[in-house]
Design a protein around this ligand. Sequence first.
Ligand code: CP3
Length: 355
Amino acid sequence: MTNLKNDRFLRACLRQDVDRTPVWMMRQAGRYLPEYRATRGRAGGFLNLCKTPELACEVTLQPIDIIGADAAILFSDILVVPEAMGMELTFGVGEGPRFPQPITCLADVKNLPVPDPEDELGYVMKAIEAIQRGLDGRVPLIGFAGSPWTLATYMIEGGGSKTFSKIKAMAFNEPATIHLLLEKLADSVAAYLNAQIRHGVQAVQIFDTWGGILSTRDYQDFSLQYMQRIISQLIREYRGRRVPVILYTKGGMGWLEAIADTGCDVVGLDWTIDIDIARQRIGHLVALQGNMDPSMLYAKPDRIRDEVCNILERFGHGNGHVFNLGHGIMPDIPVEHAKAFIKAVQEASPRYHDQ
Ligand code: CP3
């Protein structure tokens, strides 16, 4: 693989010295960029975009060229894994994802295969190779997958949900069914992430967007346990380089110690915790990623800069911080505000690092 010109992101994930704090944004390739909307138009829809390696590559590179992020994230979606297990998936225009035939019973779960990522998800592997050629070592590439629990919410609810009534009823009434599903998902995700690593991603992030809807004990049983099962199967070093694992549970700030204990290298923070507190709690074990409120990008650039400086000051001097938002960027954010955010981190952070 080409030598990296900017490896700050990987170094920060491993708590090594950097000259400034690296920054990227969850959902950085997305609808707030007019260039993204144009490429999606050419692809004829979101899923086609994910499945056309040259176009997925094009949108992955856009935030590197346009806003100057210090890492690229593979353009895809967490829900391509259940699709590869044979579930029909649709994304209607202006709608969220839909599974028209959701999982309802043990027989449905028994029928789900653990897919071969080189085959059913071969288009993702082709996209990774195209992206690495396009990046040419400018910044590292992050791969990702959804946590088993988060994937299961969509597979059982049939789409997004406000109450999560179906999955919670299944979890509490039919534990054998949900645990079999979560096991299959953990093994599918582990194989998928390992394939991404073999095809060239240099770090991986597990998105547990819905772990935070669980009670403390249920988070351990239904979400954390299965993320740990994934982490224990992952390739941790590839071609002589450590492959950092980032674990992000939205709403999981009460459980930071347990999350850090999974063996991940980086814990992703949402915006509900002060980063100095998170650093005191787990900063000796892992690096931290985050954690500006994504809605702060609605504010004017001066206010965005102030908030970036607040967070840098709270984290304080030293290594182990990857700057990010606490969740994905919203589609109606002005591009100038996203640029101001990235630039503020890059300009204000050197004073927190020894040169
Ligand atoms: O971060 C990136 O730039 C990489 C791409 C990425 C997408 N989805 C592209 C996408 C990543 C990392 C994801 C992860 C994802 N997908 C998650 C976990 C992270 C999170 O945000 O909590 C979840 C829960 C999904 C499932 C999903 N995909 C939903 C709920 C939606 C609809 C959301 C919405 O805002 O409408 C999607 C669609 C989706 N995934 C879009 C993009 C750019 C928008 C689709 C479009 O272009 O119309």
